[in-house]
Design a protein around this ligand. Sequence first.
Ligand code: HEM
Length: 148
Amino acid sequence: MNTNLLFLLLILIIAGCQSSSTKVSETQNVNNSLYLQLGGQETVNIAIISMVKRLHNDERLSELFNDVNDIELIQNFNDFICQLTGGGCEYQGATMEDIHTGLSISKAEFDRFVSMFIFSMQDANIAFPAQNKLLDKLAGLRDEVIEL
Ligand code: HEM
């Protein structure tokens, strides 16, 4: 193998190492926060506003939200999702259990709520992998919300 060829090989190896380590650190940064993968504050807020509208228009769930202060609900829901997905916010509301106890939420209502939230995330153009990660987290809260 002549010197030029050796030199070229060395350059290729170094370039290869650099590009793979750049890819790794970029991936780590993006994966640091699901909140950012969802699109951050503006996008999450769009999804939540859409969700609250859907809840008010829903024939089965709207009744539960008749007397709720929408501004507070939107704010608290934003803070909650931000905290849940590592966005650096602090949710100051009550626990999921405390909020939902007494509302007699059934499994079917929970599933309906989650399907509506999928449509709301689509309204906000949230990428599917990020949607799925958030849905996974919401599914983990099922037992704290359901009573029936
Ligand atoms: C994983 C699913 C859910 C999450 C993460 C969630 C989260 C929240 C949050 C953050 C609030 C605002 C609490 C506050 O004001 O501090 C809230 C309120 C509320 N949620 Fe949920 N919720 C979920 C499922 C449901 C379901 C399935 C229903 C009913 C079908 C429901 C009905 C309500 C109602 C009626 C309120 C307003 C309570 C009030 O202000 O008196 N939630 N929820």
